[in-house]
Design a protein around this ligand. Structure first.
Ligand SMILES: *Cc1c(COP(=O)(O)O)cnc(C)c1O
Length: 398
């Protein structure tokens, strides 16, 4: 990058540029889409089956069930685990809305808990504290004292592509007889001490929303599981609970993934490891650039926990004067985003739960200070340098 005085050459660096990865798979995809259109078989065909088995294997889980979105993966997982009215699910307050929204949509009580500072992920200590201080044991079940809801599950989120502290959460789940539903929407291929996410708990939930590391041409998702009976339940509930077709012992929904989306994902999947490696390389490069620019006092970089394979769905830094920095980045042509400006316990729609500012101080602070920078694989070194230099110029005058 050329620098003239204090002014770097203007450049445009979008937060994400999906068009940049399209040439990598276009030639392979088109004949396949034409074949599918000619065959007119759009529902639960061979593309879906192939996707389910390759992504289950990739996630080190025994089974995969393709679904209509990450949100529906979460809904379906909880339905298959019989979570509904009268139940409570413990989850992170600092996540995409769907994590909490799906719990509430099933009539269950979402309990939003704080995160660990370094990982942005659900704090096992907060989970344990909640169980010890706000629940009591009734006939082997843990009941939330105030609401009377039975605590059924913990739903950790592997936020930004880094695994939650699973060993502690799994130990708590075992001690309190709780299920674990992994919200792995941002974390396909992420590892916790050598084990891939998605197969660590009872059900893993993935999203292929276009901005995820493996993105469809629209909405799609996947549930993973290791238990054959639970997987069968996921499959049946995916088609309205019909088994055999048109005979309903229970009520499911239409949670199917499209054959067309599965075809897109099967083709793109072959590039996933290369794209992830590109994101990891960019993250490393950012670390060098921020250090070289002398910015490590002003900018808190993502903490990559040893033993966790971070897949960098997002590269999220924490800064003071975040909103002013963002405005400057926008003005200078650098895309950024705030994931997430309002923790779930402070969302208006969850006011009925009585959440207050101060309940989850770590998450509240993250919401006020964090900003995601461009990290996608196709970024050039000069684009990365421009992003860091833009941040340097912002703080230079302060
Ligand atoms: C994207 C996302 C979801 C929802 O996935 P969709 O496919 O958009 O429905 C759920 N949880 C988290 C953490 C996500 O990032």
């Amino acid at each position: 990058m050329t620098t003239v005085g204090n002014t770097a050459t203007a450049m445009s660096v979008p937060l994400l540029d999906l068009k940049a990865q399209y040439p990598a798979y276009q030639a392979e995809l088109w004949p396949l889409l034409q074949e599918l259109c000619a065959g007119q078989g759009f529902i639960l065909g061979p593309q879906v089956t192939a996707l389910e088995s390759s992504l289950a294997a990739y996630s080190q889980a025994a089974f995969g069930v393709g679904v209509s979105s990450g949100t529906d993966a979460l809904l379906l997982a909880m339905m298959a685990l019989d979570i509904g009215a009268g139940d409570a699910v413990l989850t992170s307050t600092y996540t995409f809305f769907a994590t909490g929204g799906t719990i509430a949509r099933l009539g269950a009580l979402p309990i939003f808990l704080d995160i660990d500072h370094d990982t942005f992920n659900l704090s096992p200590a907060a989970v344990e504290r909640f169980l010890l201080e706000q629940c009591r044991s009734v006939n082997g079940e843990w009941v939330h004292t105030v609401s009377g809801a039975r605590v059924k599950a913990i739903m950790p989120v592997h936020l930004y592509g880094q695994a939650a502290e699973m060993a502690s959460l799994l130990a708590i789940a075992q001690r309190y007889h709780l299920k674990i539903i992994e919200d792995a929407a941002q974390a396909l291929g992420s590892e916790y001490h050598g084990q891939r996410v998605g197969g660590l708990g009872d059900v893993g939930c993935f999203s292929f929303f276009p901005t995820k590391n493996l993105g469809a041409f629209g909405d799609a998702g996947l549930c993973t599981a290791n238990d054959a009976e639970l997987t069968e339940r996921l499959r049946v509930l995916r088609v309205h609970g019909g088994k055999p077709k048109y005979f309903h012992a229970e009520i499911g929904g239409n949670f199917r993934i499209d054959e067309l989306q599965a075809a897109v994902l099967n083709v793109k999947f072959k590039h996933l490891d290369a794209w992830t490696a590109g994101r990891q390389k960019n993250a490393q490069h950012y670390r060098l650039l921020f250090a070289d620019a002398g910015l490590t006092d002003r900018v808190e970089l993502p903490h990559a926990v040893p033993g966790h394979r971070h897949i960098y769905n997002q590269f999220v830094i924490r800064v003071s004067e975040r909103d002013a920095l963002r405005a400057f980045l926008t003005e200078q042509g650098v895309g950024s985003e705030i994931y997430y400006p309002v923790p779930l316990h402070l969302q208006q729609c969850f006011a009925y739960l009585g959440g207050q500012r101060g309940d989850c101080p770590v998450a509240e602070r993250a919401a006020d200070t964090s900003v995601a920078l461009p990290i996608y694989a196709e970024l050039s070194e000069s684009q990365l340098a421009y992003v860091v230099d833009t941040i340097r110029r912002f703080y230079q005058t302060r």
